[in-house]
Design a protein around this ligand. Structure first.
Ligand code: IPM
Ligand code: MN
Length: 353
């Protein structure tokens, strides 16, 4: 297969984990005879510095023309600490999602047997937990009308029927391909937008008679996710709730550095880690590259290249089993591996298998 991939390393640890993601992608492509052509583009803080725009038109065009985007992370504390900053790196990510129409963000929450003890939850609670959060990504408070002055501020949680229908459809279809259990997460006891979500989900239920649907308020869902993570199969929710719940989900896996995601919609799909740019670790070769590497697996799988994805997953499992791990998941007294060394080990495994 010929693939054109837009590569957006972004800020902080982004470039370091991206290098390893690309090395793994190229190793797999070599092995299976795929031709992957990469084009790198600016996004986030580095794009602001060079162009004044966190998602420049050039970057947009490169993404638009590609078959897939590999994205790492954006964000820089010098913007977080300046409430008056007019442009922020995160706007680059949001602009990319909006302009590419990436309304469906697929965030799988999985566990790794050898990392169960890294979860703050009891191992028997998390062992076997395996669910997918489907987060609406181009609507809600992130994109609704905003206002801010010195005395008041608001963000509007705006959703239209077509926006809700298309994301719920993805939720139902995903549930169908898994264990046919869909949990719609909302706050319908308080929010009008949630009531519309719930109404539409109920209207759609008869179209998917094989899927068991339950409705859960987001406060309850956030509790249930850590009290009984195995309850969930597929969860579907609005932008803001999905953002919060998936960070919580990383506690189930044991590290933020393990969670990949795929964002799909109207245009080029984007594959990116759930975690952020961890600026404090920039250049230190300590960030976990696995979320990025697993995002590459999701990319291959998206194009129907199942074996390729499976090989990456096997290599990741093997690296963890061999204790080839970055510091945050290393075993006590174990040797610590850097971002690069973990990536190189995985590439080597792929070449040899
Ligand atoms: C994420 C991130 C982004 C979000 C930020 C960086 C804008 O937290 O992808 O989850 O809130 O969507
Ligand atoms: Mn987030």
């Amino acid at each position: 297969m010929d693939l054109r991939v837009a590569v957006l390393p972004g800020d902080g640890i982004g470039p370091e984990i991206m290098s390893q993601g690309l090395a793994v992608m190229n190793a797999v492509a070599d092995k299976y005879g795929h031709k992957v052509e990469c084009r790198e583009a600016l996004c986030g803080s580095s794009a602001i510095e060079k162009t004044g725009n966190p998602f420049p038109d050039d970057t947009y065009n490169i993404c638009k023309e590609a078959d897939a985007v590999l994205f790492a992370a954006v964000g820089d504390p010098k913007f977080d600490n300046d409430p008056t900053a007019k442009v922020r790196p995160e706007q680059g990510l949001l602009a990319m999602r909006k302009k590419l129409g990436l309304f469906a963000n697929i965030r799988p929450i999985q566990t790794f047997k050898c990392l169960l003890h890294k979860s703050p939850l009891r191992p028997e609670l998390v062992d076997g937990a395996d669910f997918v959060c489907i987060r609406e990504l181009t609507g809600g408070m992130y994109f609704g009308e905003k206002y801010q002055d010195n005395d008041k501020a608001y963000d509007t949680n705006y959703y239209t029927r077509p926006e809700i229908e298309r994301i719920l459809k993805i939720g139902f279809e995903y549930a169908r391909r898994r264990n046919r259990h869909l949990t719609v997460v909302d706050k319908a006891n308080v929010l009008a937008s949630s009531r519309l979500w719930r109404q539409i989900a109920k209207e759609m239920e008869p179209l998917y008679p094989d899927v068991t649907v339950d409705y859960m308020f987001v406060d309850n869902a956030s509790m249930r996710m850590i009290a009984e993570p195995k309850f969930f199969d597929v969860m579907v929710t609005e932008n803001t709730f999905g953002d919060i719940l998936t960070d919580e989900g990383s506690c189930i896996s044991g590290s933020m550095g393990l969670l990949p995601s795929a964002s799909t919609g109207e245009s080029t799909p984007v594959f990116e880690p759930v975690h952020g740019s961890w600026p404090q670790a920039k250049g230190q070769n300590i960030a976990n590259p696995l979320a990025q590497i697993l995002s590459v697996a999701m990319m291959f799988e998206y194009f129907g290249l199942k074996e390729e994805g499976t090989l990456i997953r096997k290599a990741v499992d093997a690296s963890l089993d061999a204790n080839v791990r970055t510091p945050e998941i290393q075993v006590e007294n174990g040797m610590e591996y850097g971002t690069r060394e973990v990536g190189e080990w995985i590439v080597d495994y792929i070449r040899k298998s």
